[in-house]
Design a protein around this ligand. Sequence first.
Ligand SMILES: CC(C)(COP(=O)(O)OP(=O)(O)OC[C@H]1O[C@@H](n2cnc3c(N)ncnc32)[C@H](O)[C@@H]1OP(=O)(O)O)[C@@H](O)C(=O)NCCC(=O)NCCS
Length: 267
Amino acid sequence: MHTAEGQRCGLFRVDEISLRREAYISGHYLADNMLLQDAVELWVVGLNASPEKIESAFQLLSDDEQRRAGQFRFPVHRNRFVMSRANLRRILAGYLDIEPAALAFAYSEFGKPSLAAPQTDIRFNASRSHDRALIACTREREIGVDTEKIREDLDVDQLAQRFFSLEENNRLRAVPADMRHQAFLHFWTCKEAILKAAGMGLSLDPVKIDVSVALENPAAVLAAAREQFIVNGWTLIPLRTTAVEGHLSAVVTKGIELNVSVRPWAG
Ligand SMILES: CC(C)(COP(=O)(O)OP(=O)(O)OC[C@H]1O[C@@H](n2cnc3c(N)ncnc32)[C@H](O)[C@@H]1OP(=O)(O)O)[C@@H](O)C(=O)NCCC(=O)NCCS
């Protein structure tokens, strides 16, 4: 895998792992709009809202975002997209001290959004599942985030065969049946966050990304809320349901000495 700067990052095989200091999980709202150099700020956004709030959110979107909203088949999905995008704008605009509608996004060849205007070193990534979005913000460092609602209706064996490495499949089969869905989503969110940090979407084969060590001890990992794994300068942070209620989530970003916080977004 090569980053935009052409540097090699060793995320394919996660086997040189050290357990790092705990992420700081806070329930507080942002006191000011500072985004510090070592900060990884994760915002949990509720996506269900009144028709009035959805309409005012819609008005913040650009023409192309409004067109995208119009392409959803079901209103519930359209409205969640609108709320997610509008609150992404509000969060970024808060850091930059400008109007949310004044932001302009650019998209990489694989669809990863970034800020085109105003000029800034702020980086972000977003994920949504069901009625929650998780929005991650940093300075300078690339970042990827994934959140998935815990659900029992997935055919985890079939999905794992398609997307997981041999070792991940082996680990998953060893997890007791009543914990397998969570273990699956634990792997899935870690892998997806890596893909999203790299920004290459599914052009990077998920089978070649092995996070099986994240389930070294299934009981311990599934119980632990805030472990971090460091590989060649990238940090993988799996987040339990304490971060997004009812969801498993993961964040991957460049750098090791990070100050990670998770907060509900009140906007
Ligand atoms: C598009 C993709 C990046 C994530 O899609 P997803 O899991 O369906 O959706 P999420 O809600 O987590 O993320 C969507 C957000 O990711 C961001 N995004 C889009 N393309 C991206 C890319 N190439 N890299 C990083 N982020 C991207 C956008 O902010 C998008 O939000 P938007 O819908 O408001 O534009 C891509 O990885 C994908 O298609 N995944 C399919 C799932 C899969 O097969 N995963 C295998 C994992 S083992």
